[in-house]
Design a protein around this ligand. Structure first.
Ligand code: ADP
Length: 556
């Protein structure tokens, strides 16, 4: 901009100077011509009177260096000529100044002289005898005079151009400096030229718009990053050469990727060939889904390709942790297999015994023992079916916590319910504690208390005891089931909550059970979000402690 303004000012000033000089030269030229013609006219008047009186002798006596004098007869013949041999000249009758002088008595004309081959200015006068005296002066001599004036002017012009150059530069700088000083971050706070203010207003408007849009985009990005970083699912965005554009915290943990892995090739972070292949296929527009195992977890990776304005194609990987579902599925499969296996044994006994009875293969005295066996196995089957139903009910549904009830009341009724079994086993049931309200489904709480109490009786010793206590501790209600029974070994302690797990197989034969009681307890505890702790010493007894959340008094 500075250059344009500078050149424009310089050009305009130089042009003005030249126009001025041209005009001055023109005026000077016309003034010089005028004064030359005046002196030519005066000289002609003198020469004419001299010729009129002295004729040719007068002309011969004249010593004029510059002026050309011709004496022309009325018929155009040249009688005398200072700059040439008169006899050799052609007839001048048709010369313009001659024609005009013959017509009007005098003439002043500037024209090209074919005789001398130069521009001449002529002044001519008619003498009384009809002859014409003509004086000519070279027009070049006018220009010579002009050049004489212009020569000193040439240096003045150079000085002027220098001054113009300097002034143009200073002026251009002065014009441009307020523009350069404009603060575009605060357009309306500038002390700018009034002509620029509409532009500054526009810039301010655009700036505000851009700032608003930028803030919106930043907020979107922040929200996206917040959401993706707090996602438990892994989210990875790759470009078409598998370089990481974005990766959230979960994905970094899953793939053990360093914090600064953005920009690195994902294949350097995970070299799994199956995943690599899936990425290649996904790039060709085929959504891919594959299962991966990392750090004892099972993941489903979904890969989708999207078009992106800057990156061309991008791949978005969503990594879902399906460990729990996979384990649940595994447990379900194992449970089904166990159920069939557990049901098979009593059923085979029942079928075998009843067939023998039907075919009369059993001796009369053994019939009642066979009937007892069938009865026992059928009861076992029924118990197992009930337990399985309970368990699947707890597995499948999450019953609503719709009741506030007293845990001590359940413990109390449990004592009454098992009093017969306890006396059969010669075990005493002791109940202690206080009223303690918890919230949930009462029948599920009963499952917990009844199963723990039943086990305390079943796996006890003669003259043993089962103590049930309910107490309130801070925000918790604590149920303790302490027996003086056979106890559980350390190895078994870790497994007693597994489905169909029974500790001592020899015991299992004598003590009725399905191996599902504690599994039901475990599932039931989930409903209350309660915790269980078991301490046991083989031969001395076991202590089951369950901690429930107490229902606050204010909520009752
Ligand atoms: P079961 O129907 O066999 O009682 P459970 O799931 O209730 O099934 O218990 C699993 C196993 O844990 C039992 O078979 C038993 O060996 C052991 N067990 C449970 N409670 C006790 C206890 N109070 N004392 C000793 N062993 C116990």
């Amino acid at each position: 901009m500075f250059r344009i303004i500078f050149l424009t000012i310089l050009g305009a000033a130089v042009l003005s100077l030249l126009v001025f000089l041209g005009a001055a030269a023109g005026i000077l030229y016309s003034n010089i011509s005028e004064s030359q013609l005046l002196s030519l006219r005066n000289e002609l008047a003198l020469v004419s009177s001299g010729v009129e009186q002295g004729g040719k002798a007068y002309l011969d006596s004249l010593r004029l260096a510059d002026a050309r004098i011709s004496w022309i007869d009325p018929d155009g013949r040249v009688r005398y000529e200072t700059h040439a041999d008169a006899a050799s000249l052609d007839n001048h009758f048709s010369r313009k100044e001659v024609e005009q002088t013959l017509a009007t008595g005098s003439a002043e004309i500037c024209r090209y002289s074919s005789t001398l081959g130069r521009n001449f200015c002529y002044a001519a006068k008619l003498l009384p005898d009809g002859s014409i005296v003509r004086m000519g002066i070279s027009a070049d001599s006018f220009q010579q005079v002009l050049l004489t004036y212009l020569k000193p002017l040439f240096f003045a012009i150079l000085v002027c151009i220098g001054i113009i150059f300097f002034l143009s530069k200073t002026l251009a700088k002065k014009i441009v400096s307020p523009l350069e000083a404009i603060d575009l971050d605060r357009p309306l706070e500038n002390d700018a030229y009034p002509e620029i203010i509409p532009f500054l207003r526009r810039i301010e408007k655009q700036k505000n718009k851009i700032t608003r849009q930028y803030n919106e985009i930043r907020q979107y990005l922040k929200d996206f990053l917040n959401i993706s970083s707090s996602m438990s699912e892994g989210l990875i965005v790759l470009d078409s050469s598998f370089s990481i554009i974005n990766i959230n915290a979960s994905a970094r943990t899953i793939f053990n990727a360093p914090e600064n892995c953005v920009g690195h090739n994902f294949l350097q972070i995970d070299r799994n060939t199956e995943l690599n292949k899936a990425l290649e296929l996904a790039l060709n527009d085929d959504s891919q889904k594959l299962q991966l195992s990392r750090n004892d977890h099972i993941y489903i990776v979904t890969i989708n390709r999207f078009d992106h304005s800057s990156y061309g194609s991008i791949l978005v990987l969503l990594v879902l942790d399906i460990t729990e579902q996979a384990q649940a599925e595994q447990r379900r499969r194992e449970f089904c297999a166990n159920v069939s296996h557990e049901l098979k044994t009593p059923l085979q006994t029942i079928i075998g015994s009843s067939e023998m009875l039907e075919n009369g293969l059993v001796k009369e005295e053994d019939v009642s023992s066979f009937a007892h066996k069938i009865h026992k196995e059928s009861k076992h089957l029924l118990n197992m079916t009930n337990d399985i139903l309970h368990l699947s009910f707890l597995d499948e549904q999450a019953p609503h916590a719709d009741d506030n009830f007293d845990l001590y009341e359940i413990v109390d009724s449990c004592q009454r319910y098992y009093s017969r079994l306890a006396s059969e086993k010669n075990v005493s049931i002791i109940v202690a504690g206080e009223k303690a309200i918890i919230h949930g489904v009462k029948s599920i709480a009963e499952e917990i208390v009844y199963n723990l109490c039943e086990n305390g009786i079943k796996y006890n010793k003669p003259d043993g005891s089962v103590k049930l206590t309910v107490s309130k501790e801070n925000d918790s209600v604590v149920l303790k089931v302490i027996d003086s029974g056979i106890g559980i070994s350390k190895a078994d302690l870790d497994r007693i909550f597994e489905r169909f797990y029974r500790c001592d197989k020899s015991h299992s034969k004598t003590v009725e059970g399905t191996g599902l009681g504690l599994s039901i307890v475990k599932q039931a505890l989930k409903h209350f979000n309660a915790k269980i702790n078991v301490i046991s010493e083989p031969g001395l007894g076991s202590k089951f402690t369950v901690v429930f959340h107490a229902k606050a008094e204010a909520e009752l």
